[in-house]
Design a protein around this ligand. Structure first.
Ligand code: ZN
Ligand code: ZN
Length: 510
């Protein structure tokens, strides 16, 4: 497996001075424009005329809002941000780019738009991302013209199409000006199931396209470690407050146990290197309003740079969603994905991974996610099991005295005289890995479950639509059917009070 986010050691070595440079960071390659040449829009395609084309316009420094207004005045649409200092724009070939401080202009090439996983494993279908100003009717017509069939799905993100067709034609599709990126479709997408997607991580300068990488994550301290804080500014009323808090903290711990990063409760959301977490409805002051139930579930701002503080790393959840724990819309699964963005990860083309652009029920990270986060921060050096005992403090921040937020109890005890609120504890014993590859049509899963009162039921379900009861409870086993491609199999254990716990594994059937 390769990790385009990881753009190689060169990036890590130049981390300290990268921001002063004017590098174009694509997943497929890094472009270092030479200064001094005059910059013009690329010529229109072979079918010519005044048709708008899409290209990267690179500046010597971060593009300001004033610059974007001037571009709009000249008929150049700014569509998304390309780190470090570029914009994906569209214009016709006569647009005047002089006097704007632009240092380079050029289109994406087909190889910039093909996720590397397309070359290494067969995909049941392809997820094609079009530039944001392309009409979807035009997009459908283009895909058909190139020999692909369109799988209609009304729950896709704007600009997305799922298509099927010959892998040999992908390069030609990618070469089309309207296409911005192509990646393998997940099994859910290939099956036309209702899905919820992540519109991408945000920057002050806009969304970053799937073809770009964002940078190196948070700057490392002298020890090489990265210590972040988090503050809950508001929570949802749809989930018990302590549970919501602990599910989001569990997402942080999951990343921290796999990379050299730590998270500790902070007291001031406006401090540097502090992730402010909030639930909000509609417009909430950052220029990216939420859209009510369904659609966008959450969004997160990438680290600084490229974002400025105090917004960098902040995670916003749409308060209008039906947030739940252990079922859709599962707060932990979404928080795990968003925390990946808060750490600086972009999306992955691996359909089973947490960082795939469409959410799925997740109980932990996949090897793809772990390789991605370790490419930014290196492996965890702390004991993974427990949250840090003391709160690391940013020296420059107006530091609150550390609130003694208790670390999340893994197994809360029954309140005296109260209702049982302790979920069962559940383990998958076999298979011994959370991601499994097999050519078989079914998978046998077994494990253990225990509870302070008693486990009543263990069930299984798959992301490909099958479900049933496991046999046994304390020692349970289940056999789940697999479709070709990625299957996420989720096991749930319930106790008499209705508390539940779950674990899942990703099974790729070849
Ligand atoms: Zn995302
Ligand atoms: Zn927001």
């Amino acid at each position: 497996m390769t990790f385009p986010r990881a753009a190689g050691m060169a990036l890590l070595l130049t981390a300290s001075c990268a921001w002063a440079q004017s590098t174009i960071r694509l997943r497929a390659r890094t472009i270092q424009p030479e200064r001094g040449a005059a910059v013009f829009p690329p010529p229109a395609g072979a079918d010519g005329g005044a048709r708008r084309t899409h290209y990267i316009l690179q500046f010597s420094s971060y593009p300001s809002p004033e610059l974007r207004q001037e571009l709009a005045r000249r008929g150049v649409r700014a569509l998304s941000y390309v780190p470090d200092s570029g914009l994906m724009v569209s214009s016709d070939s006569t647009a005047d780019l002089q006097g704007l401080g632009a240092v380079w202009a050029g289109p994406l090439e087909a190889r910039d738009k093909l996720n590397p996983l397309l070359a290494t494993r067969p995909a049941p279908a392809y997820l094609v991302v079009f530039h944001p100003d392309v009409e979807m009717e035009e997009a459908r017509a283009l895909a058909r013209e190139r020999g692909f069939s369109v799988l209609e799905n009304s729950s896709l993100l704007p600009g997305h199409l799922v298509v099927t067709g010959g892998a040999t034609r992908l390069e030609e599709l990618a070469a089309s000006d309207e296409v911005s990126y192509i990646l393998p479709a997940s099994t859910d997408l290939a099956a036309g199931k209702p899905v919820t997607g992540c519109a991408g991580a945000l920057t002050d300068a806009g969304i970053v396209g799937e073809y770009a990488t964002v940078g190196n994550g948070w700057a490392k301290g002298a020890s090489g470690a990265v210590a972040l804080q988090y503050v809950f500014e508001s929570l949802t009323s749809k989930v018990d407050q302590n549970t919501a808090r602990s599910e989001i903290e569990r997402a942080f711990r999951t990343w921290a146990s796999n990379a050299n990063v730590s998270f500790a409760a902070g007291g001031d959301a406006s401090s540097a290197r502090t992730i402010a977490i909030l639930f909000a409805s509609g417009a909430h002051g950052d220029g990216y309003p939420f859209d009510g139930p369904g659609g966008v579930l959450a969004h997160t701002f990438y680290p600084a740079p490229p974002n400025s503080e105090p917004l960098a790393g902040d995670m916003h959840f749409d308060g209008d969603e039906s947030w739940r724990v252990g079922a859709d819309t599962d707060l932990f699964s979404v928080a795990l994905h968003e925390a990946g963005h808060a750490l600086g990860l972009g999306h992955s083309g691996d359909p089973g991974s947490v960082m795939y652009p469409y959410y799925h029920f997740a109980s932990g990270l996949t090897p793809d996610d772990i390789a991605g986060i370790q490419s930014l921060y290196g492996p965890s050096v702390a004991a993974p099991a427990d949250p840090p005992a003391s709160t690391p403090v940013q020296p420059a921040s107006p530091t609150p005295s550390t609130p003694q937020t208790p670390s999340t109890p893994q197994t809360p005890s029954t309140p005296a005289g109260g209702k049982d609120t302790t979920p069962p504890s559940l383990s998958i014993v076999s298979p011994g890995s959370t991601i499994v590859s097999t050519s078989s049509q079914t998978i046998s899963i077994s494990g253990t479950a225990s509870d302070n009162v008693g486990v009543t039921t263990v069930t299984w379900s798959t992301s490909t639509g099958s479900s049933g009861a496991a046999s046994g409870t304390a020692n349970w086993s289940a056999q789940a059917p697999l479709l070709v491609g990625t299957n996420v199999v989720t096991i749930r254990a319930y106790d008499a009070a209705g508390n539940s716990a779950w674990r899942s594994i990703t099974v790729v059937r070849r």
